[in-house]
Design a protein around this ligand. Structure first.
Ligand SMILES: NC(=O)c1ccc[n+]([C@@H]2O[C@H](COP(=O)([O-])OP(=O)(O)OC[C@H]3O[C@@H](n4cnc5c(N)ncnc54)[C@H](O)[C@@H]3O)[C@@H](O)[C@H]2O)c1
Length: 416
């Protein structure tokens, strides 16, 4: 059987997570990594774990010549220049089967669309990595509720949240490089998950028409002097000059184009979650049935008393973005699988090897970017954004939020 030979651009947090997930996927090798740091270490991890004869390459061009699927796992602001290098490599003879990009596809709708256009130029199929749609808990729950959905009708309300105590690298906190704050970083997940869950069975992912977005952004914790100073010290970003939101919430209204039924997605994301570690939460209601998913309800837990706390120095072994080293702590035995990384790689493998579309391609990533940007627009203007208005649709194409523009102080009050 033909195997996919992956080349990673980036060797940070998500690249390592995908390498861990690859241990659970057949028919895919990790053969190359390009990154200014940690490339050699990730390549060594891949070799040691039987993921493939992985090498650290110096350039994207070299990587493209030695793999058949390129995965963009680098910081958000580099998407455009990396894609240009990939397109050049294809023009120079690199034989690729497809391209992968992590969420968010772009910091703005324009950037996301440019990525789609460049992939078309290279004539390559794409896979947009939005792991939450691939979560086994989501898939099994939908399987279980299929008879209810068929007889009673689809869900009408979904609430989706992703929350943790804040990202691990400085560039995430920098609204200019990242594209905003937690709404840009994690709102894309919760919006995509909720849209999917509200979609009637068997219909395409974009079947439900988004007609209105109403959202708020706020800086609740990291704008306070004590926490600003902490951010400055640890991450080198100054939130008194260029802040980003650490909390966002909103409502997206969708309309079923066939039945005209109105349904709602409520999303909440935060970087100020003061519990044990990251939590993905989703719940939903249809007529006569409901579901709930909470990733902090783990199958295992540990207790560490004060006297033994030093022994648990690396708490993140147990749970992503873990914030505590003592007390009653959740232990998630297989996070790469829990969050959907294993299934998203399998979907991409089957798509690229069999010439069928991936569950999500980059055009879908553009639609998610559009909803995130509409949420920023709503928060900035203090009103509901009507997505059926052609003028709004045109504005969204060129829109960049004040926060992403480094002008966060105009919308996020800071107490000096
Ligand atoms: N699906 C998820 O849940 C999830 C989780 C985390 C991150 N992400 C996404 O993955 C992407 C990477 O995030 P991360 O957490 O791994 O960040 P990170 O900072 O931990 O890692 C980024 C990596 O890219 C490398 N890099 C920087 N410049 C580069 C360049 N010019 N060429 C090649 N590599 C370069 C860095 O050295 C680093 O190894 C982001 O777009 C982020 O939104 C997704």
């Amino acid at each position: 059987m033909e195997r996919l030979r992956l080349g990673f651009i980036g060797a940070g947090f998500i690249a390592k997570f995908h390498a861990i997930a690859l241990k659970q996927v057949r028919g895919v090798d990790l053969v190359g990594v390009v990154s200014p740091n940690r490339a050699a270490a990730l390549a060594e991890y891949a070799r040691k774990n039987g993921l493939g004869d992985c090498k650290a390459y110096k350039t994207v061009a070299e990587l493209c010549m030695n793999c058949n699927v390129v995965c963009i796992f680098a910081p958000n602001h580099l998407r455009g220049e990396l894609m240009r290098e990939i397109v050049d490599a294809v023009r120079a003879g690199a034989r690729l089967k497809g391209l992968v990009c992590e969420k968010p596809l772009g910091r703005t709708v324009r950037e996301a669309q440019e990525l789609v256009d460049m992939a078309k130029l290279a004539n390559l199929p794409t896979s947009f990595f939005e792991n939450q749609l691939h979560m086994k808990s989501v898939k099994r729950m939908l399987d279980q509720l299929a008879p209810q959905q068929r007889t009673m009708g689809p869900m009408t309300l979904v609430r989706a949240a992703e929350e943790h105590g804040g990202p691990h690298e400085p560039w995430f906190w920098d609204p200019v490089r990242q594209g905003g704050g937690v709404l840009s970083d994690m709102g894309c997940h919760s919006i995509a998950a909720a849209w999917h869950l509200l979609t009637p069975l068997g219909k395409p992912l974009t079947f439900m028409e988004p007609i209105a977005v109403q959202a708020e952004t706020a800086l609740l914790k990291w704008g306070q002097r004590k926490w600003r100073e902490d951010l400055m010290k640890r991450m080198g970003v100054d939130y008194s000059v260029s802040p980003a939101e650490d909390f966002a919430t909103g409502m997206i209204t969708f309309r079923n184009p066939e039945t005209k039924q109105i349904v709602k997605a409520q999303f909440t994301v935060s970087w100020m979650y003061e519990k044990q570690g990251m939590r993905l939460f989703m719940d939903g209601m249809g007529p006569g049935y409901a579901f709930e998913i909470d990733t902090l309800r783990t199958p295992a837990s540990i207790f560490i008393g004060d006297a033994a706390a030093a022994a648990a120095a690396d708490a993140e072994i147990a749970l992503e973005k873990s914030t505590a080293t003592r007390g009653l702590l959740p232990v998630e035995p297989n996070e790469a699988d829990l969050y959907g990384y294993v299934d998203e790689i399998e979907d991409m493998r089957d798509a690229f090897l069999n010439g069928r579309p991936a569950m999500m391609d980059w055009s879908y990533g553009v639609e998610i970017t559009k909803l995130c940007q509409a949420a920023y627009m709503s928060a900035e203007m203090g009103r509901t954004i009507n997505l059926t208005d052609p003028l709004i649709q045109r504005e969204l194409v060129t829109y960049k939020s004040a926060i992403a523009d480094g002008r966060g102080r105009e919308v996020l009050p800071i107490v000096d």
